[in-house]
Design a protein around this ligand. Structure first.
Ligand code: GLU
Length: 288
């Protein structure tokens, strides 16, 4: 990856997944990032995270570009569309694989559940049940034979080997909180390439933040735990360390977080109901 020159101001971004229409929660997040960039004379980038070809749709991408422009948000440069760059993510996987930090995992969900039940303990991490490490213990010959047989496989990060290579758990700078220690081991051996999607969110987001020269990652606090893993990937790949701002999520009147499936709060539904961009910006928790 060719390193981007750092700009003087901050570089931040909004990185929605095109799995549905944007709602007020997205507007909240986008406006926080946009405002931070504009107030600092920095850059505000837009990235479409659409690697999951089973859930993302081009019409949602078109709709979100339209909604953000209508809201009065302007972004710098062309949006990066992740689905056009699977080759970049492959190169990262090859680099990690070449250093023995990834292994193929042939297990189905059912097999993992049975293995965990047999162990009698089911430790959980931020992404659910931790993988018991079954395929980590396969010999090189067994791996080669299964791959040759055409068995589908995911690629998992060998957490113990990765932490050793990284020289221990990293840390990150959370604006307003200071330096926080990471605990990536709570992810177990996370999947970095799925059977049905040749790259994971964790891999693509860290690659693209580095490629795009992002100096401040702005996103909802629901993704704060993922930063522990993201920092580890950055250290393993020698990528620069951005600062982080994980903002509280905008909650609905019922006190619950807004969800894409709740069509009532989609920006375009509110727009169709006659709301103006200024009103929506206020509803998104940011006046003006
Ligand atoms: N694409 C992710 C989402 O829509 C956000 C990624 C990020 O900001 O790091 O939840």
């Amino acid at each position: 990856m060719a390193a981007r020159p750092r700009s003087n101001g901050i570089v931040t971004r909004f990185a929605p997944s095109s799995t549905g229409y944007l709602h007020l929660g997205h507007a909240h997040s986008a406006l926080i990032a946009w405002r931070a960039a504009r107030e600092a004379g920095g850059r505000f980038l837009l990235r479409i995270e659409d690697i999951d070809r089973t859930r993302c749709r081009p019409d949602f991408t078109a709709a979100l570009l339209e909604d953000l422009a209508w809201l009065g948000l302007n972004w710098d440069g062309e949006p990066r569309v992740q689905s056009a760059h699977f080759g970049d993510y492959r190169a990262v996987l090859d680099s990690l694989s070449g250093r023995g930090l990834l292994y193929p995992c042939f297990c189905t969900r059912g097999e993992i559940a049975r293995e965990v039940a047999a162990i009698g303990a089911a430790p959980h991490g931020p992404e659910g049940m931790l993988y018991p490490g079954t395929c980590r213990r396969l010999s090189g010959a067994e791996r080669a034979a299964r791959i040759a047989s055409g068995a589908p496989y995911a690629l998992r990060l060998d957490m113990a080997a990765s932490l050793e290579t990284a020289g221990g758990p990293p840390s990150f700078e959370e604006l307003g909180e200071g330096r926080l220690r990471c605990d990536p081991a709570r992810f177990g051996d996370p999947v970095l390439a799925r059977k049905d999607t040749p790259a994971s969110y964790h891999l693509c987001v860290t690659h693209d933040d580095a490629l795009q020269g992002v100096t401040l990652v702005t996103r909802g606090e629901d993704l704060k735990a993922a930063t522990d893993l993201h920092r580890l990937i950055q250290v393993l790949m020698g990528w620069p360390e951005p600062a982080y701002r994980h903002h509280p999520l905008l909650l609905g009147p019922d006190g619950k977080r807004l969800a894409k499936r709740d069509g009532a709060v989609a920006l375009r539904a509110l727009r169709a109901a006659g709301r103006s961009p200024a009103e929506l910006r206020r509803m998104a928790g940011l006046a003006g």
